[in-house]
Ligand binder design. Structure first.
Ligand code: FES
Ligand code: FES
Length: 151
C-alpha cells in the first residue's frame, strides 16, 4: 500500500506492506528515531506523536490511518530544540535516562496547544499515562509550569 500524509510540514508518500504501523514506519523507513518504542501496546505513551494536533500512540496506529493527516514528531516540534518546552526541559535538566522524553514533550505540547495556561491538576491529568521508569515526574511538572510562566 502507498500512504500519503504530511510529516513535520512536508508531504510524504510511503509504500509499505499491509498492516504496517506508524511507529516503525517513522523509525525504520523514515529514519525519524526520536519517537521511541516502549510497550508496543498503548500502555506507556512513550511513542506519542501528534495527528492533526492531537496526541496519538504511534505504536498502535496503523500507517493506513494517517492517510491525508498531518503527523508531527519530536523532530518537527522545532528545528533546533527551541520550542519553549524543550528550552524549559533543558533548563530544568528533566531527563534521567532520557528514553521517555520525546513522548513526554509531545504529550505536554498537545496540552499547551489547546490550553496555554492549564493549572497543576489539568497538567497532571493530561500527562497521566506517559510513563517514566526513572521517575522524573516532578521535574516534568516543573518544566511544564516553567514553560507556562515564561510564555
Ligand atoms: S510504545 Fe506506544 S504506548 Fe508504549
Ligand atoms: S527518564 Fe528514563 S524513562 Fe523517563
Amino acid at each position: 500500500m502507498t500512504v500519503s500524509f504530511v510529516l513535520n510540514g512536508k508531504t510524504v508518500q510511503v509504500t509499505a506492506e499491509e498492516g504496517a504501523n506508524l511507529l516503525w514506519t517513522l523509525r525504520e523507513r523514515l529514519q525519524l528515531t526520536g519517537t521511541k518504542y516502549g510497550c508496543g501496546a498503548s500502555h506507556c505513551g512513550i511513542c506519542t506523536v501528534h495527528m492533526d494536533g492531537k496526541p496519538i500512540k504511534a505504536c498502535v496506529t496503523p500507517l493506513a490511518a494517517v492517510e491525508g493527516k498531518a503527523i508531527t514528531t519530536i523532530e518537527g516540534l522545532s528545528k533546533d530544540r527551541s520550542h519553549p518546552l524543550q528550552v524549559a526541559w533543558i533548563e530544568e535538566q528533566v531527563p534521567q535516562c532520557g528514553y521517555c522524553h520525546s513522548g513526554q514533550i509531545m504529550q505536554a505540547a498537545s496540552l499547551l496547544d489547546k490550553n496555554p495556561s492549564p493549572n497543576r491538576k489539568e497538567i497532571i491529568e493530561h500527562m497521566n499515562g506517559v510513563l517514566c521508569r526513572c521517575g522524573t515526574y516532578l521535574r516534568i511538572l516543573k518544566a511544564i509550569e516553567k514553560t507556562i510562566q515564561n510564555a
